[in-house]
Design a protein around this ligand. Structure first.
Ligand code: SF4
Length: 482
């Protein structure tokens, strides 16, 4: 199964959400919040709510709008819950399917818990094998259940301490939201790979979300980002913070380049502004003799605007996106692949004909979509097509929560820029340099993860697997529902 989206982009990972507030309709607000995170995962969605005594969950495959009916939201709302945990998913580790959809909900003899995870554990498989050899039973194939199982081992120490103990064994990327009987807990891994932020809701409640856009969407107010290695506990006393680890930070640079919403702000840097700066830098590094600048919408648009401003060229809507095309089930094959792209993007002949065009996109993965788009522009009458990409060539797979094709399928890992240019049929091709990328995001992101551009990872995947060993046998979970 291909692991790039229909439009040839990398798959976003997941989105997590948590709400806490007595007297708040956390179910309905959670539902609205999930819509704002839909871009982070379209394969499944779920929401769990608790009033402290009981936990109710609803999950399903598909988009948020498909998964929840008004009755589902009303049913969740009828509990009068004070805590909600939500999740949208594109499967990374463990594969898809309803069993792996989140939040994972577990009932324990001392209470219950709902867990939502964004990221990917690099030692998840190894921990699972060890836990299984010690008698643990798993109901899903996702690495998130490994965290839940680890948590169960230390549950006697109380939720907060159990979590800290469990996380000491876990390596990789994780932004977590947990809902227990009395608390909403947010965690960001020590390197801060994936974003997580905190906000206030209208009626004195709190929200945790992968992106600040979800806080805005429910009428909340952004307070701050959760720091790498920080755990925040929200309960009736307010918000407490605890640092559980200290490590060099390597937040994912691709959140700024492509994954996050334009209207989100992550670690103090607005995504829209970041993309514009990337585009400006791109124009300085790779100017072109052209008449207009166009973007591959939507994520390529801010960078194209930045490019156009820096190059003093007009920006125009040369490619028009059909926003009403959902999933398409078209079998592979060059002709049909082309049709699939054309269903989503059409060249605006009025804008393109007779022009020397600069087309800006945020990334090239396999190169097949770009090849189709270049051809589409030529068919629309473009006299020249210059492709500009607002990040360096993507040459190495991600182990931290992004589903990437194998190195063999990454066009930049197989070809140099000249070969890629010939392959996509452009008149010229330019990628933003790594230094230029970091300069554009500076000073907010000077120590970001850039492994997919360099092949050098912030942690040794094999070393992590060797060094992680468990110390005690498993505790008893009475029921774990995937
Ligand atoms: S490898 Fe790339 S996509 Fe993965 S976390 Fe690092 S920067 Fe992000």
């Amino acid at each position: 199964m291909p692991n790039v989206a229909v439009d040839g982009k990398l798959r976003e990972e997941c989105g997590v959400l948590g709400l806490y507030g007595r007297g708040l309709d956390v179910a309905r607000l959670g539902y609205f919040g999930l819509f704002a995170l839909q871009h982070r995962g379209q394969e499944s969605a779920g929401l769990a709510v608790t009033d402290g005594k009981e936990i109710k969950a609803h999950k399903g495959l598909g988009l948020v709008a498909d998964v929840f009916t008004e009755e589902d939201i009303a049913s969740l709302g009828s509990l009068g819950a004070h805590t909600a945990v939500g999740h949208v998913r594109y499967s990374t580790a463990g594969g898809g399917g309803l069993a792996n959809s989140q939040p994972l909900v577990a009932n324990h003899r001392r209470g219950h818990i709902a867990l939502a995870h964004n990221g990917n554990l690099v030692n998840g498989e190894q921990l699972r094998e060890e836990l299984e050899s010690q008698g643990a039973i798993f109901h899903t194939t996702s690495d998130t259940e490994v965290i839940l199982s680890m948590l169960a081992r230390y549950r006697q120490y109380g939720n907060e301490n159990a979590l800290v103990q469990a996380l000491a064994h876990v390596q990789g990327a994780y932004s977590l939201v947990l809902g227990t009987e009395a608390q909403l807990i947010g965690v960001r891994d020590p390197r801060g790979f994936r974003p997580l932020c905190l906000g206030r809701t209208g009626c004195g409640g709190y929200i945790l979300a992968s992106e600040s856009a979800a806080i805005d969407a429910i009428g909340g107010r952004f307070i701050r980002d959760i720091l790498p290695g920080e755990l925040v506990i929200i309960d009736k006393s307010g918000v407490r913070s605890r640092r559980f680890a200290d490590s060099p930070v390597s937040a994912c640079i691709f959140e700024y380049i492509y994954f996050a919403r334009n209207d989100s702000t992550i670690d103090g840097l607005n995504v829209y502004r970041a993309r514009q700066e990337l585009g400006k830098q791109l124009a300085l590094e790779h100017p072109a003799q052209a008449d207009i600048v166009i973007s591959v919408p939507d994520s390529g648009t801010p960078a194209a605007l930045g490019y156009a401003a820096a190059a003093n060229l007009p920006f125009a809507e040369g490619l028009v996106k059909n926003r009403y095309v959902g999933r398409t089930f078209i079998e592979p094959g060059q002709e049909l692949r082309e049709l699939k792209v054309k269903l989503k993007l059409t060249a605006n002949i009025e804008v393109i004909a007779g022009k020397r065009v600069v087309m800006v996109d945020d990334s090239i993965v396999r190169g097949t979509t770009m090849q189709i788009l270049v051809r589409m522009l030529r068919q629309a009458g473009a006299s020249q097509v210059h492709v500009r990409v607002s990040c360096p060539p993507y040459v190495s797979p991600c182990y931290f929560g992004i589903d990437t094709p194998s190195t063999a399928e990454l066009v930049a890992a197989q070809c140099d820029v000249k070969e890629m240019c010939a392959l996509i049929g452009a008149d010229s091709l330019g990628f933003l340099s790594l230094d230029g990328t970091l300069a554009a995001l500076s000073p907010a992101q000077t120590s970001a993860c850039v492994s997919c551009f360099t092949g050098v990872y912030p942690m040794s995947i094999d070393k992590v697997k060797r060094e992680t060993r468990l110390v005690r046998p498993a505790d008893d979970w009475s029921d774990v529902r995937g």
